[in-house]
Structure formats: structure tokens, C-alpha cells
Design a protein. Structure first.
Length: 456
């Protein structure tokens, strides 16, 4: 392996660009939550209309993911990814120029179609640009960017609206994506071997297969054996990884994880879409106060993602279900707590931070879970199933919240979100905690063994 002192470190510049790209994309999708009260007034929109606008983004986002994956495979990442970033900016600008409810909804569909390729492109670049023992770190930085955006967007949007108007939010947010797209096109090649910024030593380091840290041999088995009661509760099983598309599509564990993720994503994006409206219409907060309090769930989300990853990898020794269960069960409690939320801004901000932390402890592990269930070359398919259902959940929940608000009250909204979290908990309890057998995967999965029959 090439020494790190001799190798260039351009992959970390690539990771910085990944963070900025996805943060900008996240900001373009999150800004509507702050602007909703002003759109609603100007266009005389119902809550159902607002929910539909939020949902249409995720429908477009879910629709494009599988087709664009095939396009990436055929044409590479750089050109399509750059086009997606530019299209994201123009879709954002289009919403700013909208003069009817139809145009607003069309803009949200276009934004979803534009942003859909970004996630898959980033994961592909991370896979090519980072060695095995750095990929988890790179994915962690990537995932944090989408939670960082909603944390900074509300106060920024509040300032723009106060100084200019709601349309200017979209005009201003459309600018960064064009510049970062151009920078990406000239700075990031599909393969580090083709980059003029990467020397031979860094290429050798990226392509190395040595992994730093403890191996999964006797020490890994010993660590797993330290939690016998927990393993029985979470249905831990030694399995042969699923190695065929048919086996993956037939697997309840894949679909149970996907459906659970769909419900929990729905909760997260309902909060992103509707909390600013809640703070203005129910709590009667002024614009700037609303902006800062609306950011607090996402401050908690960043903290929750970081803590949840450590809990799953370190405390629970790479078990994924414990933090998934913790997130689902605690979110039920937090949604009921919001029914009785305090009016005092600092207390409500503290409650929102706690909600964000608990909601996100196990959020990312829904996407990590399939990696222990399927063969390595089948991870993209299993992850695509989980992510697609998650996107559909993100489309469904905000729309339902809008319909509830047109007929009932915010109390019923929080009851609905609590029920969604409970559905996630039930689904997660039905799937196994997979522990892959240390031998070559075959096309047909081996029947799950009881936890006591560990194969050495």
C-alpha cells in the first residue's frame, strides 16, 4: 500500500464537493416548508394543495431513481450528475416564477426528477473514490449534508423573505447549484485514475483492499456472543447472504425494512414540510422566531445520525435493529409529546431537538441493514428497493397531513405521525438481524439457523 505521506489526498476535496452538492440539493427541497404560509395566502391554497406540492417532489424523486441508475451504468456519472445539478437549479427558479397552483405543483415534480440522480451518483462516486476502510466515513459525511441543509434553511429563508419576498427565496437558492455543477464537471472524474489531481500513490491507496481495524473472525464472534438475550429479542440469525435478484424480491426482510423506512421517512418529511406552518398558525411565532425554532429538529437530526452510527457500530457490535427499534419506539412517544408542546420558544426548541435526535438515531441504519442481508454485488438492488419505498413514504405523509389539517386539527396530525412510527416499530420487529456466514454466497439462500447454531 502506498504511504499516506506520499499520496495526494484529492478524494477529500471530492468529499467536500459531495457535501456541498447534496447540501444545496437539500436546501432546494427544504425551502418550501418556510415559504408555504406565504404561497398559501397568495394563491389561496388549501392544506391539501400544500401537502400535494410536498408529495409530488418525492413521487418524481422515486420515479427517476432506477432509470437513472441504468443511465449511469451506460454513460458514466460526470455528465449526468452535472446536468442533474443544473436542472435542480432551474427547477428551483421555475417555482419562483410560478403564478398558479398548477405551476407550483409542476415545479415540485420537476425538482424531484432533477434531484433523483444526485443521490445515486454520489454513492457511485464514493464507491470508486474511497478505499474500503474509508467508505463508511465518506457515506456518513454525505448523509449528514441532507440533514445540515434543513438546519440552516429556515433562518436564511426568513431573512430573505423579510428583506425581499418569498419569490426571492427561490431566485437566490437557484444560484449555487449552477456554480457547484460547473466546478464538479471540471474537478471530479468518474474514476480517480482519470483525474489530473490524483497521483499514482493515491490511486494505489484507493484501490487497496487492506482494511484498518479489527477483523470479523474470532473477535467478532466473541463480541456478538456477548449479547445473547438481545440477539434472541431481535431475531438474530446466521444466514447465507441473498445472492440473486429473485431471492431479494421474495425476501420479507428486505420489504419489511423498506416499508418501515417508508413510514419513518414520511414522519421526517412531514416535519420538514409542515413545522414552519405549525409555528406560524398554531404558536403564532413571528417570522425570525419561526425560522430559528424550525431549524432545531434538524440540529437534533445531525446529532442523532452521529450518535446512532456509533451505537450501531460500536455499542451493539454492528447490529442494526436495536437502533432502528429505539428510533421507532421513541418517535411514537415524541409525536404524542408534541400534542402537549409548550408555547415558550426555548422549551419548544428543546423538544424539537430531542425529537430530531431520537427520530434519527436509527434513520440511516435502514439503508445499512440490507448490506448484512445480501451478497456484496446485490447491495445496490436491495438499497434501491429500500430507498424507493422511503421516497414514496416521503411523498405520502405530507399529503396526508394536508388532508388531515383541512378536516381536523394539529393534534390529529401528531396522532397520525405517532401511528406511522408505531407501524415502523411493528415492521422492524418482524425482520431478522442478519449475521452473514463466513463462506461464499450461493445463488440460493440457506435456511436461517437458530441463533444458538452459530456456524464457525
Amino acid at each position: 500500500m502506498a504511504s499516506q505521506s506520499q499520496a495526494s489526498r484529492y478524494r477529500w476535496i471530492v468529499l467536500l464537493l459531495i457535501f456541498l452538492c447534496y447540501m444545496i440539493a437539500g436546501a432546494d427541497r427544504a425551502n418550501i416548508g418556510v415559504v408555504v404560509p406565504f404561497m398559501k395566502k397568495e394563491f389561496e391554497l388549501s392544506n391539501t394543495d400544500i401537502g400535494a406540492m410536498a408529495s409530488l417532489f418525492y413521487l418524481g424523486y422515486a420515479f427517476i431513481q432506477v432509470p437513472v441508475g441504468l443511465l449511469y451504468e451506460k454513460f458514466g456519472v460526470r455528465r449526468i450528475f452535472t446536468l442533474a445539478m443544473v436542472a435542480t437549479s432551474f427547477s428551483t427558479l421555475f417555482i419562483g416564477f410560478a403564478h398558479s397552483a398548477f405551476q407550483l405543483k409542476l415545479g415540485r415534480v420537476l425538482l424531484g426528477l432533477a434531484e433523483g440522480p444526485i443521490n445515486i451518483g454520489i454513492l457511485t462516486i464514493i464507491n470508486r473514490w474511497f478505499p474500503p476502510h474509508e467508505k463508511a466515513t465518506a457515506v456518513g459525511v454525505f448523509m449528514s449534508s441532507i440533514k445540515f441543509a434543513p438546519a440552516v434553511v429556515p433562518p436564511l429563508c426568513a431573512f430573505i423573505i423579510y428583506a425581499f419576498g418569498w419569490r426571492e427565496v427561490f431566485y437566490i437558492f437557484a444560484i449555487p447549484g449552477v456554480f457547484i455543477a460547473a466546478f464538479w464537471f471540471f474537478s471530479v472524474s468518474d474514476d480517480p485514475r482519470d483525474s489530473r489531481f490524483v497521483n499514482a500513490e493515491e490511486v494505489a491507496y484507493i484501490e487497496s483492499t487492506a482494511v484498518a481495524g479489527v477483523n470479523e473472525g474470532a473477535e467478532g464472534a466473541k463480541a456478538r456472543a456477548a449479547w445473547p438475550i438481545l440477539d434472541r429479542l431481535i431475531l438474530a440469525r446466521d444466514i447465507q447472504p441473498l445472492a440473486s435478484n429473485a431471492a431479494i424480491f421474495r425476501s420479507w426482510n428486505v420489504w419489511g425494512c423498506a416499508l418501515g423506512y417508508g413510514f419513518i421517512v414520511g414522519v421526517a418529511y412531514a416535519i420538514m414540510t409542515w413545522v414552519p406552518t405549525y409555528l406560524i398558525s398554531v404558536k403564532h411565532y413571528p417570522l425570525f422566531q419561526m425560522g430559528f425554532v424550525a431549524a432545531t429538529p434538524w440540529v437534533g437530526a445531525i446529532i442523532g445520525n452521529l450518535i446512532g452510527g456509533v451505537l450501531s457500530d460500536k455499542l451493539f457490535e454492528k447490529r442494526r435493529k436495536p437502533v432502528m427499534i429505539l428510533t421507532a419506539s421513541s418517535t411514537v412517544v415524541m409525536m404524542y409529546a408534541l400534542i402537549y408542546s409548550p408555547g415558550e420558544p426555548f422549551l419548544l426548541a428543546a423538544l424539537f431537538i430531542a425529537t430530531g435526535v431520537l427520530l434519527n438515531l436509527g434513520y440511516s441504519t435502514f439503508l445499512v441493514y440490507p448490506m448484512g442481508l445480501v451478497a456484496k454485488d446485490k447491495v445496490p438492488l436491495a438499497a434501491a428497493i429500500v430507498n424507493t419505498v422511503g421516497s414514496l413514504g416521503g411523498a405520502f405523509a405530507p399529503f396526508v397531513v394536508g388532508m388531515i389539517l383541512d378536516r381536523y386539527s394539529w393534534d390529529m396530525v401528531f396522532v397520525f405521525l405517532a401511528a406511522s412510527s408505531l407501524a415502523t416499530l411493528v415492521l422492524v420487529l418482524t425482520i431478522i438481524e442478519p449475521i452473514a456466514l463466513p463462506r461464499q454466497a450461493s445463488a440460493a439462500p440457506v435456511k436461517d439457523l437458530p441463533r444458538a447454531q452459530v456456524v464457525s
